[in-house]
Ligand binder design. Structure first.
Ligand code: ADP
Ligand code: ADP
Ligand code: ZN
Length: 215
């Protein structure tokens, strides 16, 4: 079963994707994580990606489409893919439709996670993750059960993303409204949109998504 998690930066896509991975053995396809891995390699391409990401702009469609096309051919994606952060433009959405048809992978739903804009800024500016295993946390909304210790792996160092600051978040929200929100009608026309209240507690959002998955 394949699904798309769609929502503004900070809507909770990554948080819910990780829960689905743990509970259902699905695979999280986060284009943001893929780009950050290229960036961390220090290559020329990685540096170029980093500059675009720090401005809150988008990487060109052709590169993103190629990245996802190749990743979908890896055997683990047969367990079901969770698209997290892709597609982000109409061009990417159309390319994904074609790709899924070609690879014979059906799309179960496009889960639109709605969150108030003010809450998004709070979520993003308080976001951090475990440096070792990548588990996600928040200064206020999702603290580890023991301060300073990762619940998932026991590690004690954490990191924050350079683009998770108030100014870049506003720019990313503008890009979301301009380039990404228009793909909602694209999927609505296919009867695939399922709306979930992303303002609810993490576990309530989890339950709402589970109900859609089990329909
Ligand atoms: P996205 O992947 O959509 O950008 P994340 O899943 O990384 O968003 O969530 C952004 C931040 O908000 C994280 O710090 C996370 O811990 C927190 N968060 C996620 N879901 C919720 C929720 N339902 N309520 C409160 N905080 C949340
Ligand atoms: P968030 O969910 O918090 O918005 P992501 O980790 O998904 O952040 O993305 C971080 C940055 O990586 C984006 O602001 C953009 O620069 C780039 N990026 C991620 N996914 C895509 C995509 N599908 N198309 C173009 N750029 C992308
Ligand atoms: Zn950890």
């Amino acid at each position: 079963m394949n699904i798309i998690l769609l929502g503004a930066p900070g809507a909770g896509k990554g948080t819910q994707a990780k829960i689905l991975v743990a509970e259902r053995g699905m695979v999280q396809l986060s284009t943001g994580d893929m780009l950050r891995a290229v960036r961390a390699s220090g290559s020329e391409l990685g540096k170029r990606f980093g500059e675009v990401m720090d401005r809150g702009e988008l990487i060109p469609d052709a590169m993103m489409i190629e990245m996802i096309d190749a990743r979908l051919d890896e055997p683990d994606c047969r367990n079901g893919a969770i698209f997290d952060g892709f597609p982000r433009t109409s061009g990417q959405a159309e390319a994904l439709d074609e790709m899924l048809r070609r690879k014979n992978l059906p799309l179960k739903a496009v889960i639109e996670m709605t969150v108030d804009e003010n809450a998004l800024v709070d979520r993003i500016t308080g976001r951090y993750s475990c440096e070792n295993c990548g588990a996600g946390y928040h200064d206020v909304y999702q603290r580890p059960s023991v301060d300073g210790v990762c619940d998932a792996c026991g590690h004690t160092t954490f990191k924050r993303r350079p683009d998770d600051n108030a100014q870049t978040v506003r720019d990313r929200l503008t890009v979301y409204r301009r380039d990404t929100a228009p793909i909602i009608p694209h999927y609505d026309a296919q009867g695939l949109i399922q709306r979930v209240d992303g303002m609810a507690d993490i576990d309530d959002v989890r339950a709402a998504i589970a109900a859609i998955m089990d329909e």
